[in-house]
Design a protein around this ligand. Structure first.
Ligand SMILES: Cc1cc2nc3c(=O)[nH]c(=O)nc-3n(C[C@H](O)[C@H](O)[C@H](O)COP(=O)(O)OP(=O)(O)OC[C@H]3O[C@@H](n4cnc5c(N)ncnc54)[C@H](O)[C@@H]3O)c2cc1C
Length: 348
């Protein structure tokens, strides 16, 4: 069988790999993607809650290039929705809980700060939902929810005939092409440029870039059935609560925890469930049922910097990783920047 050969090959198909391959496909590049159907590590993007929110309220800051990242994310999600006729994004602003009068005043001050004014809605609102034990709410204009499974499935559909199933064990460079081999020594894909998007386990990336300085973070969440709440937007107050229409009416996601243990074999824990349920009871006055308890690992680095770019000694080898807890928001912009900087060589 002939080895599929492309201009650009992407290894991995979480938020990073999907963004790189979709952005490349949109530019008309001949792109192929290696997808591991039996990945033995949970794929972060498939358990992500999908909040797209540049505000880090606790630290009173925005992620860097917040507006640019938002513009690229909305542009890519919109393009995919149009191409596949599938909804992948809910453009409903996230509501931040303002628990005290001081929080409310702080929000007003924050909304006036340079860099915040166009991203936050300065007027706050009193909570009108009698089942929520919440005072006031502040809204982030540039926020919403990516539907992770719908997004990845739609992206898969858009790239259908360019998907190669397998797990890459090794790379080699032959006659100006990068080749990716699986465990049996078979060449899965061949391309002039290859981008590694391995997520929180990244042995191939570490082979070329060395120690990535990981500070991986395990996260847990709950799917709950909560009849009568009638909440139609995500709310965030230490944890988040968001309507999950894909699971059906009255279904919500609650999450996510932050933990630095159990990274080798990430599993939901009793402690994680208790933390989330205690929080849920502190903000909602209705009975609920937990229908699922899930867990994943965020690919975060000690430096908090996203690893993106082309290898200095191997210009045909690129990487996008280290997206941390905001992969949904950041991946489209970072993928765009990666392709911009490799553009000239790709279109030679
Ligand atoms: C509990 C939890 C909640 C989160 N909530 C949010 C949220 O609300 N909003 C948000 O933006 N982010 C959230 N995140 C973070 C988000 O999940 C990550 O930023 C993002 O998923 C990282 O994407 P990735 O593509 O780098 O990694 P992954 O999604 O892990 O994808 C990596 C892919 O590469 C594949 N792969 C790896 N090695 C190989 C190989 N050798 N050969 C073939 N394939 C390979 C893997 O199988 C996998 O498919 C959350 C994360 C967790 C754990």
């Amino acid at each position: 069988m002939n080895t599929p050969t492309y201009d650009l090959a992407v290894v991995g198909f979480g938020f990073a790999g999907a963004a790189v391959s979709l952005q490349a496909h949109r530019r008309g590049f001949n792109v192929g993607v290696v997808v591991d159907p039996h990945g033995n590590f949970p794929v972060a993007s498939r358990v992500a809650s999908g909040l797209i929110n540049p505000l880090v309220l606790k630290r009173r800051r925005m992620v860097s290039d917040a507006k640019l990242a938002w513009d690229h994310a909305v542009d890519l999600f919109g393009w995919l929705e149009q191409t596949t006729q599938t909804q992948v994004f809910e453009n409903t602003p996230v509501a931040e809980h303002l628990a005290t009068v001081q929080d409310d005043l702080d929000w007003n001050l924050l909304a006036e700060r340079p860099g915040f004014a166009e991203l936050l809605i300065s007027e706050t609102e009193a909570n009108a939902n009698k089942h929520l034990k919440i005072n006031r709410l502040g809204f982030v204009r540039t926020s919403g929810r990516l539907l992770p499974l719908a997004y990845l499935d739609a992206a898969h559909g858009a790239l259908e005939d360019r998907m190669v199933l397998g797990a890459v064990l090794q790379l080699a460079q032959t006659n100006g092409f990068w080749e990716a081999f699986d465990a049996s020594g078979r060449v899965l894909i061949r391309a002039r440029k290859m981008v590694l998007c391995e997520g929180p386990r990244a042995p191939l990336t570490e082979t070329y870039w060395g120690d990535l300085g990981w500070a991986l973070v395990r996260g847990e969440g709950l799917d709950v059935h909560l009849p009568g709440l009638d909440l139609n937007r995500p709310i965030h107050a230490r944890h988040f609560l968001l309507p999950d229409r894909a699971l059906g009416p009255d279904h919500y996601k609650v999450g996510a925890t932050y933990a630095w243990d159990g990274l080798e074999d990430p599993q939901p824990t009793q402690a994680g469930r208790e933390e989330l349920e205690a929080w849920l009871k502190s903000v909602v006055s209705l009975p609920y049922e937990v229908v699922h308890h899930w867990c994943g690992v965020r690919p975060a680095r000690k430096s908090r910097e996203v690893l993106v770019g082309w290898h200095p000694e191997h210009p045909g080898l690129g990487v996008l990783n280290g997206l941390g807890s905001r992969g949904g928001l950041l991946a489209p912009l970072k993928a765009h920047q990666l392709l911009e900087s490799g553009f000239a060589a790709l279109s030679d």
